[in-house]
Write a protein that binds this ligand. Structure first.
Ligand SMILES: [Zn+2]
Ligand SMILES: [Zn+2]
Ligand SMILES: [Zn+2]
Length: 468
């Protein structure tokens, strides 16, 4: 949304009138231009008038004496600034595991690596957008038949990908909503089994025991969750074989990517996780559709390490920012009613919420995860050795930030920056007024532009020096 110049001028004049200008600018900078920064104060300062009132739940008038840090949200609709930082970190985390960087050797790109996608099974027919050779196909052609609820089980439409109906069941009454939610919730268990079976199948294919394999090969992975239109998750995974002692080395025994692919497919087929909730018994398996391909460090095509890194990073951030369509955790069932989502996704969330109230399903903690349609946990997970961690990337950044502050003496003298030994107490979150929020977003835009300009200048200078 474009703001009129008049409104902008008025807002800026309010910023300078109402707030301590320096404190506001510092808060914007230390929070990395976050939309809803978290404000902290040193416990020892809590006796001071201003901050004491803040700690008691009264808003401070400005950001003087507070340390403001980023909210760290991954979701764009909650904080564009922090979600962008998360996106960058996700890219680096995935990229460094595939092609090296951030302290990981480039050698990893020569290890046997495969890229796989795992799907959920069907819980009833849904409207689909399918095409062959670029032409849209009919959704569910075939003879007209009816379900017990009198709904037709064929659909001759050629749906476009963004049609709202895509992913919704042909008959919502027949659709196994409970099964779908439970599957989302248990998919992490199915993944655990898959990793165990992968080692087992690989050992068999190599003609050695599992114990021997363990001494020769470590399997590392990164996996990213993608929500499909039908509200079930897909898993996109990179699997890499390393030397167990030194992650920078290939396994000493030769493993072809073909063998790794085959072992993975066999493992996936074998997964059957029995679950029991009161009277209800189910078996969790993967869907029929398994896609695997070798990652080729040398190529530039769709199977290249770079292409896969980009593809995974895209999903990692798409899931985290768009998720299943719900912004955040529900506090009550009314919030599910009000959310702007398709009736199908609403029913998924409602089913999860209702199961969350049923003591038989208490182990799944579903009320807590209804906004993610039962899926519990992170969108991006990796085995310990795959690459660097989000924590590591955040630390590099905060060390850099601290070093930058040291250079500017005013930051140290000002009580906006405290040493790490100081106990900090939460006093509030967000900007105090619209003008402050606007100013922070303007600073962010300037900051991003300055970074681009610095890069362009660098490139230009290199060019002049004849280095390119
Ligand atoms: Zn933020
Ligand atoms: Zn259809
Ligand atoms: Zn039906």
């Amino acid at each position: 949304m474009e703001m009129s110049d008049f409104l902008v001028d008025e807002l800026i004049s309010k910023v300078s009138e109402g707030s301590n200008w320096e404190a506001l600018n510092r808060a914007a900078k230390t929070s990395r231009y976050c939309s809803r920064p978290i404000h902290l104060a040193p416990a020892s300062h809590l006796l001071d008038g201003d901050i004491a009132s803040a700690a008691l739940g009264l808003k401070p008038d400005n950001y003087q004496g507070l340390y403001s840090k980023a909210c760290g949200s991954r979701r764009h609709n909650l904080c564009p600034s922090c979600s962008k930082i998360y996106k960058g970190d996700a890219r680096q985390l995935i990229g460094s595991g595939l092609i090296g960087g951030k302290g990981i050797s480039e050698e990893v790109s020569n290890h046997p690596q495969i890229f796989a996608t795992l799907t959920a099974p069907s819980f009833g027919p849904v409207h689909r957008s399918i095409s062959s050779a670029g032409k849209p196909e009919r959704c569910h052609p075939g003879p007209r038949s009816y379900c017990p609820h009198g709904m037709t089980l064929s659909c001759t439409e050629r749906h476009r990908e963004n049609d709202e109906i895509v992913g919704s069941p042909l008959c919502p009454e027949c659709y196994d909503y409970k099964g779908a939610v439970i599957w989302n919730a248990m998919s992490t268990k199915a993944w655990q089994r898959t990793t165990i079976y992968l080692r087992r199948e690989l050992a068999k294919l190599m003609g050695i025991s599992e114990a021997e394999l363990k001494k020769l090969v470590r399997i590392s992975y990164v996996k990213v969750i993608e929500f499909q239109r039908r509200g079930l998750i897909h898993l996109h995974i990179v699997i890499r074989a390393d030397d167990p002692e030194n992650v920078e080395l290939k396994p000493s025994i030769s493993i072809s990517t073909d063998k790794l692919e085959l072992a993975f497919r066999l493992a996936v087929k074998r997964v059957r996780v029995p679950v029991e909730f009161g009277e209800e018994k189910r078996i969790i398996t993967w869907g029929e559709q398994i896609d695997t391909r070798a990652i080729d460090a040398g190529s530039n095509g769709p199977g290249s390490t770079k292409a896969v890194a980009n593809y995974l990073a895209k999903y990692a951030t798409k899931s985290a920012t768009e998720s299943a369509g719900f912004e955040k955790r529900f506090k009550d069932a009314g919030q599910i009613e009000l959310a702007k989502v398709s009736p199908h996704l609403r029913k998924m969330a409602q089913t999860a919420w209702e199961l969350g109230q049923d003591p038989n399903y208490s182990s799944l903690n579903l009320a807590m995860w209804a906004h993610d349609l039962g899926h519990r946990g992170h969108f991006l997970t990796k085995s310990r050795r795959f690459s660097v961690t989000f924590k590591y990337l955040r630390e590099i950044r905060s060390n850099w930030q601290a070093a930058e502050h040291m250079e500017h003496q005013e930051y140290q003298d000002n009580d906006g920056f405290f040493g790490s030994e100081v106990e900090l107490i939460f006093v509030g979150q967000g900007w105090l007024c619209a003008a402050d929020a606007y100013w922070a977003s303007k600073l962010r835009a300037d900051h991003e532009e300055a970074r681009v300009l610095a890069w362009e200048q660098f490139m230009e200078e290199r060019e002049l020096e004849g280095m390119w």
